[in-house]
Design a protein around this ligand. Structure first.
Ligand code: 5RP
Length: 228
């Protein structure tokens, strides 16, 4: 089975966790797109839900498949958020933000009673950090933030670019991709990064996920967090 097929399997399995009446956080990325399309089918079959999108791209897809979305400012509590990830450790700490939506993804996840992450099996890793950690920063003086992140042990910190221009997030931020290689203490690193002036959000999601749903070969594996 290909990675794309595993993503689809996991995404569609996550979409089955959604029940009528729920307010659902809708993740961003290629795996999330499979879940959203499946949810759209379920809406056409009679499922009654509303969604909160984690990016403009997701809002567009949700609208296209017939899922009504609400602005985050209109909601107090989201019942369930389904989202992808770039890396998942056995405690279900995550690296997210490969698609640049980490800021909104974290706001939506933090407002959710339950966060379910779904991915292909390659995203489950013993330790976070091989995937460069995305950190969203204010464009003003981003170089200073980059220097301080290097001071925390990142081997390389690169400004994310699209063609020759800086990639700009939905919140008008820049993304620094920070190569830590192995993050031994994700919570500690998140604390230190948060203290850097100019950092808007960090792609480390610590202790937020309740369940991971992995496409693994032809089957779906469900993983509950185990203590780190
Ligand atoms: C976007 C994310 C995505 O969930 C993450 O990058 C995984 O993407 P994909 O499903 O395309 O592999 O965090 O900001």
């Amino acid at each position: 089975m290909t990675i794309e097929q595993e993503k689809r399997l996991a995404g569609e399995a996550a979409a089955e966790l959604v029940e009528s009446g729920m307010l659902v956080g809708l993740g961003t990325g290629s795996t999330a797109a499979f879940a959203i399309r499946r949810l759209g089918e379920r809406v056409r079959e009679g499922l009654r839900i509303r969604g909160v999108a984690t990016s403009r791209q997701t809002a567009e897809l949700a609208g296209a498949v017939g899922i009504e979305t609400m602005d985050i400012g209109q909601v107090e509590r989201i019942d369930l958020t389904i989202d992808g990830a770039d890396e998942i450790d056995p405690a279900l700490n995550l690296i997210k933000g490969g698609g640049g939506a980490l800021f909104r993804e974290k706001i939506v996840a933090a407002a959710s009673a339950r966060l379910v992450i779904f991915a292909d099996h390659t995203k489950l890793v013993p330790h976070l950090g091989a995937f460069p950690l995305p950190v969203e920063v204010n464009p003003f003086g981003w170089q200073l933030a980059a220097t301080r992140i290097r001071g925390l042990g990142a081997k390389e910190v690169s400004l994310r670019r699209v063609a020759d221009c800086a990639f700009v997030t939905d919140n008008h931020g820049y993304v620094l991709d920070c190569h830590f290689q192995q993050i031994t203490n994700p919570a500690d690193l998140a604390d230190q990064l948060r203290r850097i002036t100019g950092v808007m959000e960090i792609g480390l999601f610590i202790g937020m996920a309740d369940l991971a749903v992995l496409g693994d070969g032809g089957s779906v594996r469900r993983i509950q967090p185990t203590p780190a």
